[in-house]
Design a protein. Sequence first.
Length: 58
Amino acid sequence: MSTEEGATSAEEMKRKFKEALEKKNAQHRQGESHLDGDSAVHGAAAPQTRREFRRKSG
């Protein structure tokens, strides 16, 4: 194995890794981007009421 062969295989390896990374990132970006800024939470689940504390009897 000469240095030229080693350099070629190293470049080939880098190219394969780069292609795999680009493919992975492309799949990752397919989901919803959430750039519209709309939250999934639009209000409280229950209306806010004043809590009532009662003294224990007996």
